[in-house]
Design a protein around this ligand. Structure first.
Ligand code: UN1
Length: 507
């Protein structure tokens, strides 16, 4: 007998009107645990192989009619989904908090990010436009047109269990694609909830389109099956660089399109002219928010020697007083790490730093009496004289490495020395420094900010980065083009057949 779900889970699913999948007769199960106290939240069925095959058949069956539906009508369904998310924002935010341990403000923020991308997709549904290009031939025109790509797969991570799927799914759907989602095995409940709401909207449409969106619960194996399935032509994967490398290689073997949003090792450069009050607040939010478990979390800070001592002193004060605790309680700023393994990785990184002679402030386990089954840590500051190997590794925990610099180009080089290339920022009141950092001579990251932190991007911009971050772009700007097939059409409206490049070929 599978134990009943946690009462809070039952209550949230009752409020949103989504049924939990039955485990009767199920084979393998995934267990959802709350990082808040380690309690089991629910057990959910892993998708069996035969169910994957029939799921792909449903996607294939639904895709052509979905692609034929005019884009603004697809957008209308996303508008309705956005309305449903607005109605259930509080309950969904609580579920995100319960299953990931992020503070309620951030849980709600994540649901808002879904709402924002739905709004964006509605507008986009009337803006999927191409180009008219000048032809070198008389009485010819060239066009660039965009068409649905096919079945898209989405693999998402535990730290943004709903928003990142929504970025991908909203765009892929509005572009006329069917979508299958393999969420993190650590956050299956969030997936069941938000996917269940989307299915309500799709099934209520006339004709019903429920089959265009499918959910596969499981672990790495199920993700691999998605990546390998020949009918799934695009895979958008968010997670570790190791996972992304495997996904990218598997996609390349089948010439599939891969959109990879992998890790980050994001840095801030704090110049002598910086507004230190602002820099402090921005850095603390970016470094300790989501307990340092965002791909955009601030992990490295290069601070000009003229302001290093006062800023580091203030960072230490902020780190000593930041409220760590139950993420459901108002006032908490730092919740638990996702699990004990994350805590061990953090301790291992700090031990290596100590062995190198670095000064470590914070980093200790806390609240073990109150939450023996969970992993709460005080965020850590590490003062280091040089950028060493530990610092160039992405440890998914709240560790901020601090280093002095004297010359901006040196700080830029330190920023760019990371293998990842996701996010970066500069704090300065100098136009020259800000422009240099955001120019091609500056940060090599996909995101380079001025006087704000590395995390908390809005959906309107393209999100992603280079190098070990994987090169994909999701969310705003023209990221939608990744979910469409580009066609170049040359049209001859004359009665002669001039050839391009001036070639003569007279029959
Ligand atoms: C992630 O951590 O995978 O910019 C996504 C941010 C969020 C998204 C993070 N809007 O921090």
């Amino acid at each position: 007998m599978t134990p009943a779900p946690h009462p809070q889970v039952t209550e949230i699913f009752r409020r949103i009107g989504v049924a939990l999948p039955s485990t009767d007769g199920a084979g393998l199960l995934v267990r959802s645990r709350s990082p808040i106290d380690g309690a089991e939240l629910a057990r959910l069925p892993v998708i069996p192989r035969d169910a994957m095959a029939s799921s792909v058949q449903r996607l294939k069956g639904a895709q052509p009619a979905w692609a034929r539906l005019p884009a603004p009508q697809r957008g209308e369904l996303l508008r309705q989904y956005g309305l449903l998310l607005r109605r259930h924002k509080a309950a969904l935010g609580q579920l995100v908090t319960l299953e990931t341990g992020k503070i309620l403000q951030e849980g709600l923020g994540e649901v808002q990010e879904m709402i924002d991308i739905c709004d964006y997709a509605v507008g986009l549904s009337r803006q999927l436009f191409g180009l008219v290009i000048a032809s070198e031939r008389p009485e010819h025109k060239m066009l660039e047109t965009w068409h649905p790509f096919g079945i898209c797969g989405v693999i998402s991570a535990f730290n943004f269990p709903v928003a990142v799927w929504a970025w991908n799914a909203a765009l892929a759907l509005v572009c006329g694609n069917a979508v299958v989602w393999k969420p993190s095995q650590k956050t299956p409940l969030c997936a069941v909830a938000v996917h269940g709401l989307l299915r309500q909207v799709l099934e209520a449409s006339a004709p019903p389109f429920g089959d265009v969106s499918q959910l596969w619960l499981g672990e790495a194996e199920e993700g691999q099956a998605l990546v390998e399935h020949p009918d799934i032509r695009l895979v958008s994967a968010t997670g570790s660089t190791a996972m992304g490398r495997a996904v990218g290689q598997a996609c390349a073997r089948q010439f599939k399109r891969a959109i990879l949003e992998l890790g980050g090792n994001n840095a801030a450069v704090v110049c002598a002219s910086a507004d230190l009050d602002l820099a402090l607040r921005a850095m603390v939010f970016a470094a300790v928010g989501t307990a340092g478990q965002r791909c955009t979390s601030l992990r490295r800070a290069f601070i000009h020697e003229a302001v290093y001592d006062p800023l580091v002193e203030r960072l230490k004060q902020a780190y000593a007083s930041v409220a760590i605790g139950d993420p459901r309680e108002a006032g908490t700023l730092v919740g638990p790490l996702i699990d004990g393994r994350a805590g061990e990785a953090m301790q291992a990184a700090l031990a290596e730093c100590r062995a190198l002679g670095n000064a470590v402030t914070g980093g200790e386990h806390v609240l073990q009496d109150r939450f023996p089954g969970a992993c709460y840590v005080r965020p850590a500051l590490v003062e280091t004289g040089e950028q060493h190997a530990v610092m160039l590794r992405e440890t998914f925990a709240p560790i901020l490495y601090l280093c002095r610099f004297s010359d901006l180009d040196e700080a830029i080089a330190l920023n760019n020395a990371a293998r990842h290339g996701l996010s970066s920022c500069i704090f300065t009141d100098s136009l020259r420094e800000a422009e240099r950092f955001t120019s091609h001579l500056g940060s090599d990251c996909g995101i380079a900010n001025v006087n704000i932190g590395t995390s908390g991007a809005e959906i309107g911009g393209a999100f992603g980065g280079e190098k070990d971050t994987g090169g994909g772009r999701e969310s705003g700007s023209d990221a939608w083009k990744s979910y469409m097939r580009r066609a170049t059409n040359t049209v001859n409206y004359g009665r002669t057949l001039p050839l391009a490049q001036g070639i003569r070929f007279d029959l």
